[in-house]
Design a protein around this ligand. Structure first.
Ligand SMILES: Cc1cc2nc3c(=O)[nH]c(=O)nc-3n(C[C@H](O)[C@H](O)[C@H](O)COP(=O)(O)OP(=O)(O)OC[C@H]3O[C@@H](n4cnc5c(N)ncnc54)[C@H](O)[C@@H]3O)c2cc1C
Length: 480
């Protein structure tokens, strides 16, 4: 990167009154850097680490008191509970590389995943054992497919019927014809509405139902999973981080100089010809010729950008949805599952969502607590309640499903991503047609502002996609 390009203006006084069109800030500090990075999630931190490694004066501004964003280890719950990014694919080369570089120990989760797969299916109030599912009257799948549980069925189809040769192809103009609803895609495969609801209607990861999400997004996800499996060492399903995945962003942030500024809620980004000003809610103002913005679009749409985003990029920022997602953390007073003989974990079609027995001790056989991972419309239902009432509702539902759990569960806490003002949802998803419509425009540079974040991962998803996008924009700046 040429410093001449970045430092085109003389430094300004560190303190002066800050004003931007449409509003004014009180007496404010001004700070000048070569690059301002907004957000200290994995994308922002990946960008900042890469820039600083090349000697660039990159300043991270983070709204919260902690770094990590949607990587959030709930240490206050007293065990290794994760509220966000948890599973590190064995082919996540960026995350694994950064963990190695900063001395964060990774744990092979393969032994735990075996228990995770033991969950029973719950339809209405009926618990259906996996062994009973192939012959169960509620099973609407055909032939050999009857052996598949609903949560694996659409995943199997997106692998088997996947038109993408490699993950990054989802953004290719040729792929636009697959940017139809999951409903239309499954209809095209000959499934009726009842099968579609069973295959893509229970606690789904993207959208509210099969009509709300693009099949092309599911193909991207499946292609990424397949690519991950190819990269995995024999017998290793994936990893998590010892003492919490938040150790990774924390270690990245600890290496930053200048350090990330916390509790800096960015409210506006204003650009002139060769200078961009980032305005924070506390009145502080940061200047740089280049800005990296890693905010989820649901957050970004509430931030004033001057000159404003235009056309399809503005439409993408304003309309790209994010998944409603709420986790309810529960402690158990006894091993109630030994009384009813069902697996401790359930995959339900109600507010308990995917009730997963956490195994965060040294012995994967030991259940340490429970988390209800609730997605979509049921998460929105929980989000409308005060946390304790949401916890009560989830416990009531579990008790109605399995009487052995009566009085045995205690509400510990709740994490709602949909109501988190700094996330506005668990992860972005694309409605039918949105990928083709937004592919070229959504991540485009806007003057001196470059965008990154998991929603802008091109060949990778989740935590790895966030890192990929952050490294990409850093490389663009370094190439200036
Ligand atoms: C429940 C859950 C489970 C997940 N599980 C997995 C998994 O197992 N594996 C996987 O790979 N991925 C998983 N993910 C996805 C993964 O966690 C995310 O893709 C990734 O962490 C996103 O990183 P990011 O930097 O793009 O965004 P974020 O982490 O959201 O970072 C954005 C940052 O910007 C900050 N910010 C917001 N507003 C402002 C503002 N106005 N001013 C300044 N800063 C602001 C936020 O506080 C945040 O720190 C999961 C996500 C969730 C929610």
């Amino acid at each position: 990167m040429s410093r001449g390009v970045l430092f085109v203006r003389p430094a300004r006084p560190t303190e002066e009154r800050a004003v931007w069109r449409g509003g004014s800030l009180s007496v404010a500090e001004r700070h000048r850097h070569e690059v301002i990075v907004i957000g200290a999630g994995l994308a922002g931190l990946a960008a900042a680490c890469k820039l600083q490694a090349e000697g660039v004066d990159a300043q991270v501004l983070e709204a919260q008191e902690r770094v990590g964003g949607r990587v959030h280890s709930m240490r206050q719950l007293g065990s290794n509970q994760e509220a966000g990014g948890t599973y590190i694919g064995a082919g996540y080369t960026r995350i694994i590389g950064v963990a190695e570089r900063f001395g964060v120990e990774l744990i092979d989760v393969t032994p735990m995943l075996a228990f995770f797969r033991e969950q029973e299916l719950v339809l209405g109030n009926e618990i259906i054992r996996q062994a009973d599912w192939p012959d169960h009257p509620a099973n609407l799948f055909n032939g050999d497919d009857r052996a598949l549980m609903p949560w694996t069925y659409y995943r199997m189809l997106t692998v088997k019927e996947n038109p993408l040769a490699q993950p990054a192809d989802w953004l290719a103009p040729d792929s636009a014809r697959h940017d139809v609803s999951v409903y239309d895609w499954l209809k095209g495969l000959g499934f009726d509405d009842a099968v579609i609801k069973l295959a893509y209607g229970i606690n789904v990861s993207f959208g509210k139902d099969a009509s709300d999400v693009s099949a092309l997004l599911l193909f991207f996800r499946a292609a990424f999973s397949v690519a991950q499996r190819r990269l995995s060492p024999e017998g290793v399903a994936g990893y998590t981080a010892k003492n919490g995945v938040a150790r990774i962003p924390e270690a990245m942030a600890a290496a930053l100089d200048p350090p990330a500024q916390l509790q800096k809620v960015v409210v506006a980004i204003t650009s002139e010809a060769d200078d961009t000003t980032v305005h924070c809610a506390d009145g502080s103002v940061y200047h740089a010729p280049q800005v990296v913005c890693s905010l989820p679009f649901g957050v970004l749409r509430h931030i004033k950008i001057e000159p404003p985003l235009r056309g399809l990029q503005a439409e993408a920022v304003n309309t790209l949805p994010a998944q409603a997602m709420t986790q309810v953390y529960l402690a158990h007073k006894s091993n109630f599952w030994e009384a009813d003989g069902f697996s401790p974990s359930l995959f339900t079609d109600g507010v308990a969502g995917m009730l997963a027995a956490a195994r965060n001790g040294t012995d994967p056989k030991e259940v340490t607590s429970f988390t209800a991972w609730t997605l979509g419309a049921n998460a929105t239902r929980l989000d409308a309640l005060p946390p304790a009432a949401a916890g009560r509702l989830v416990i009531d539902e579990i008790e109605a499903i399995r009487p052995a759990a009566k009085g045995q569960l205690e509400f510990l806490g709740l994490q709602s991503w949909g109501t988190d003002p700094f996330a506005q949802g668990g992860w972005a998803y694309f409605k039918p047609g949105q990928i083709a419509r937004f592919a070229a425009a959504m991540g485009a540079r806007h003057g001196q502002i470059r965008f990154c974040g998991e929603h802008l991962g091109r060949a990778s998803r989740g935590m790895e996609g966030a890192m990929e996008s952050g490294e990409r924009v850093a490389a663009e700046i370094l190439a200036l």
